[in-house]
Design a protein around this ligand. Sequence first.
Ligand SMILES: [Ca+2]
Length: 190
Amino acid sequence: MLNRVWAILLVASFGFLFLLSTAAASNILENPGFEVPDMSWWGWDSVAEKAEGTFTTEEVHSGQYSGKRWLNNPDGFVISLFGQEMGNVKPNQTINAKAWIKSAKFSKGAESFIAIEFWKEGQLFSAVESEHSSASHSWKEYTVSAVVPEGVDLVKFTTILRGAQGSEGVIYVDDAVAEVSDLPNKASCR
Ligand SMILES: [Ca+2]
């Protein structure tokens, strides 16, 4: 009888923990819809990358603003990175991230995608990338899922606009989400 009581308590406890960990999955990105201009997203003015960015009302997926990036290097290879560092992420946790991107004026192999990057002692350790798209021209949701490796000390959510020599392209980004959970990575089981 006592064993049965313990068993019931144990099952109830696991159920409670499961509920707790499920409820804990919330968006950890700051300013994910770009509704607070000039807040949070690094990489706006990376002149060395020959790409520029701003907050804009030209195109939005929701709200009043989106983030806009464009390539600006007719003479060479271009890559535009911007995103956020995610604090308090631990090894073996799963990160599910997504963002809406609308592309425009893509030429010469320009493409866009999102990624989760893992850094170790100042070096890029590994990265998991979403599907790449070179011609969406309407709002498209990009998704990526990754498990945090052991030993990394920095995790970044990154939005990427990339081209070959002389590529042109504009992207609008909105409604980005990154959720962290201790549950197994469901996305890999499909
Ligand atoms: Ca928005």
